[in-house]
Design a protein around this ligand. Sequence first.
Ligand SMILES: O=c1[nH]cnc2c1ncn2[C@@H]1O[C@H](CO)[C@@H](O)[C@H]1O
Length: 558
Amino acid sequence: MAPTSSADYLTQRSQLIAQDRSLRADNAIAKDLSEDERKADEILRRIRTREAQSVWSAENSTKHRHGSQQLFPGMEFLTARETIVETKLFDILSKMPKGGLLHAHLGAMVRADVLLELALSQPAMHVRVPEVISKATIDSVLPQFRGLPQSQWTTNESITDPAYVPNSWVPMKNARDNFSAVLGGPEGFDRWITSAMTINPAEAYGTHNSTIEIWKKFSSTFGVSEGLIFFEPVLREYIRAYFLSSIDDGISYLETRMLFHAKTILDAKGEETMDHKGFLELYDSVVEDVKAKMKEEGREDEFVGSKVKLSTHFKSFIQCSLRATQIIYTVLRILTPEDLEWYLEDCIEMKKKFPHLIAGFDFVGHEDTLRPLIDYAEPLLRFVARQKELGISIPFMFHAGETLGDGTMADMNLYDAILLGTKRIGHGFSLIKHPKLLEICREREICVEVCPISNEILRLTGSMPMHPLPAIMNQGVRVALCSDDPAIFGNMGLSFDFYQVFVASEVNGLATLRTLVWDSIKYSSLEGQQEEEAFAKLERRWPVFIRYILDTYGKFEA
Ligand SMILES: O=c1[nH]cnc2c1ncn2[C@@H]1O[C@H](CO)[C@@H](O)[C@H]1O
């Protein structure tokens, strides 16, 4: 009905806004904030408004060094990063307990400098290149690393000496120590390797500014880092560093995608003997180590999955089945459907051996250019039937719709993911184009693992204000924010992704943050007592976070 007075108009306006937002997951929580949370919400909003002016406005743009010439909230992350870390809002978000990280690729979870240090401590680690490294080749030639068996260790000195024999192995430490002074010496070596394992703003926003081009660079980083990571002594410390740095950012539960494409990993002797079972044992033992360390430090609330104390005779059985499920078994979408069979069988075997560790199954790799899900429908349907027979459950957690396409193979993956019964959707960037799928996701609570910074760096969006996330959230689809490949993008932890999302929408408030955090546990693989434990830990930590906001910023930002 047309409004009859200005009071009536305002009432109708409020109703219309409320209706429009009624589907949002944070809607109920927004009405249910405690007094302290309401104050914290006001502070957050005020800081956001002030920093939009004091930090992210045109007046500051001249200070700005790389990439885009303009500053604005939610702008290109690689250009904005050093500014973000100085803001009050970032300080607050970095203190927030984040819940779970549900979309993360193991091969890209530890900072390049930390990985380099871990690898350098191993005398077995060698490097080789197809050409001598010089000013002319350093920008195009990529190194290959490998932990060699002792019988194959070399005493070669340098990969920058003109006498270097192409493709011969050089101990990594020698290659670094003797890296030519013209190329910056040992620090030049570190810079070279780091830039081969990360994406910089000149690439993302200049030379590789399209999804196809940036994916070439992105894929090449994995080729360099895998030789450093997948060597048992490094891998063990790498996983530990991944857990501890995540915990430091307030992440208390990790559901990690591990690529099981290679059938073996190098053991401590440099031999290819560590099979998938060996890898899962190693992962498990690091989980236990980290849990023990957190317990020792009285920080059990910061990491989920500690063994539950039970006094019944079921104790040992229940302890064993109650540890956190943590690994999503992934393969590359280059496999033929025939080759996939071996992996599906292997995945079932691993699930039987490590019921607490295997949380799901997924395909990885560039959706725009590699095989679509429909190619695998038959073996996947048999896989589901096999699980029923065996009484086990390995839900699909498919990457789907990580694309700008409309009706393309990658976009169509969304239909297959949903028909195949996916529990969550990885990325779902193109989901917003599909009204029926949005409705299904909302009704079946298929949570979308949204990776905002990844999407921006891989050029699906120019900046956060252009990202479909607000539209997805307004449609009532459940979301978990995720970092995807932070070692490559520089968005370590989850604080950066939360930051970019929070500044890019005026609707977002404390209730949004709370909902995203709680949903990251609700839509994780945690169930029953473990899920309750995770929520209980969050309930204890959240008020400490709210107190921090009030105590640190309450006076100044009132
Ligand atoms: O966002 C992504 N979409 C699809 N595949 C990915 C993404 N991030 C990483 N990988 C793929 O995962 C493997 C390492 O586990 C790499 O092959 C990489 O291409």
